[in-house]
Write a protein that binds this ligand. Structure first.
Ligand code: GAL
Length: 444
């Protein structure tokens, strides 16, 4: 069933058109560096005060995320002590809560951009903001900073449209990781499952001992979408998975049905309250005595667990994805009309630098986008991710903005959420088919 045909890194992604639609303003206040996000209030553009500021948008509000971003800010503050950093961090970027993305969209459409913002490299930036002519290209910046020599060419290609790069990748994250509690698997004498059938067998053993098998968070659409991209890759294999975004593989394919049916079965082994559980909740539960034995999540989870000094866990490729690396990258770009353009460029310089990446990534759980990272700064998991990134077949993440434009991701999440709520495979697949038609993948 699996197709492990080696894919060219350059082919990693390149599909999709048009900007994301307008979204409603989710009013939330910016957060001071290091602080937790505020619950309400409107974010005023930093430029309004006319002060020497740097306003950065991100959805990094969890453990690991906050500390990693602060590591970049610390370098910035040392170099530019007179600049006041406005940390406009809001929750909800990766899932559909979407506070940060919604507010960003409103600000960008209203001509009030922040100085820079976190955005997934590739479609999420290009289809939403570059095609809408809201970004400055970074061709000169890349040349001046020598970035084409230190980023893998395939990554620069992903950052590019019309031969010019549009954002600076600060990391590489892996989507397809099975995190498991060593003590829980040992309690049932199980090895980490390599296939979905094995996972269900292990889950049955856990169930028999009343140990929660698998943690799922779907309080807002998005993290079941994350599980589902892992299943699609496992069941379709890299080539057919990539074909989903070119029209080559149809979304009504029997293998997509199999992936949906498998996800439906996975939900039987999940925490029964998965519809009201957040990503933060399951990470907290994973550290508790009554922890679920396994969860499939990107390696930002490693950053969170590290930030809590929790060590009682290990990792493996998500079932059926050994030799494959589902990749995504966080990046920062330069909006047209950035109120403090020079400060923004200085921030981008830090994001791009070896020091910046080697300060940020060891904390974030990711690996550096630069090829010259100082390996002594990274831990065992990250060294294994670096090796896999080099050796594995790379495929783009849907959920995290690499494979397809944001409007498709929204529809995809709603389809998978329908499965999570109604447990109706056919209805979910019909929605996926409609979403793919709207996205016009066939024309890609
Ligand atoms: C991803 C993002 C990561 C991490 C994660 C969870 O989309 O790339 O950096 O923040 O969401 O919030």
């Amino acid at each position: 069933m699996m197709n492990n045909g080696k894919l060219n890194r350059r082919d990693f992604l390149r599909y999709g058109t048009m900007a994301a639609g307008a979204v409603a303003l989710a009013a939330c206040a910016p957060v001071a560096p290091g602080a937790a996000p505020a619950a309400g209030g409107a974010a005023a553009p930093a430029a309004a005060s006319g002060a020497n500021q740097l306003e950065i948008f991100s959805w990094w509000t969890s453990g690991g995320e906050v500390e990693a971003l602060n590591a970049l800010y610390d370098i910035f503050k040392k170099k530019y002590p007179d600049v006041e950093i406005e940390n406009s961090a809001l929750t909800g970027g990766a899932g559909q809560g979407g506070n940060m993305k919604a507010l960003l969209e409103t600000r960008m459409q209203g001509g009030q951009p922040p100085d820079s913002f976190q955005v997934h490299l590739g479609h999420e930036l290009i289809d939403s903001h570059v095609k809408a002519d809201r970004m400055e290209d970074l061709e000169t910046f890349y040349k001046d900073e020598g970035l084409t020599d230190v980023f893998p060419k395939d990554l620069v290609d992903i950052a590019s449209m019309n031969g010019k790069p549009w954002s600076v990748p600060v990391n590489i994250h892996r989507s397809n990781v099975l995190w498991y509690r060593t003590d829980k698997l040992e309690a049932v004498g199980a090895e980490p499952p390599k296939t979905w059938d094995e996972l269900f067998a292990v889950a049955d053993k856990l169930k028999a001992k009343e140990i929660p098998a698998l943690a799922i968070a779907e309080s807002e659409p998005g993290f079941c979408g994350h599980e589902f991209e892992n299943l699609l890759v496992a069941i379709l294999g890299p080539d057919d998975y990539r074909g989903l975004f070119t029209g080559k593989t149809k979304w009504d394919d029997a293998k997509v049905t199999e992936a949906l049916t498998t996800l439906n079965k996975v939900l039987d082994y999940a925490n029964p309250d998965y519809l009201s559980t957040t990503w933060g909740d399951i990470t907290d539960r994973f550290m508790a005595d009554s922890a679920p034995a396994m969860m499939i999540m990107g390696d930002w989870t490693h950053g969170v667990l590290k930030s809590k000094n929790f060590t009682n866990y290990k990792w493996a490729p998500a079932p059926g994805t050994e030799g494959i690396f589902i990749v995504l990258s966080d990046s920062f770009g330069l909006p047209k009309g950035a109120p403090h353009r020079d400060n923004a460029l200085n921030f981008l310089r830090i994001c791009a630098s070896k020091d910046g990446q080697d300060a940020f990534n060891p904390i974030k759980g990711s690996i550096a986008a630069r090829t010259d990272a100082d390996k002594s700064k990274y831990d065992e998991y990250q060294l294994s991710a670096m090796a896999d990134f080099k050796a594995n077949t790379l495929v783009p993440s849907i959920q995290h903005g690499a494979a397809a434009k944001q409007s498709f991701v929204l529809d995809y999440d709603l389809a998978i959420n329908l499965l999570a709520t109604k447990r109706d495979v056919a209805a979910a697949q019909a929605k996926l088919v409609a979403a793919a038609a709207d996205a016009e993948f066939e024309a890609a």
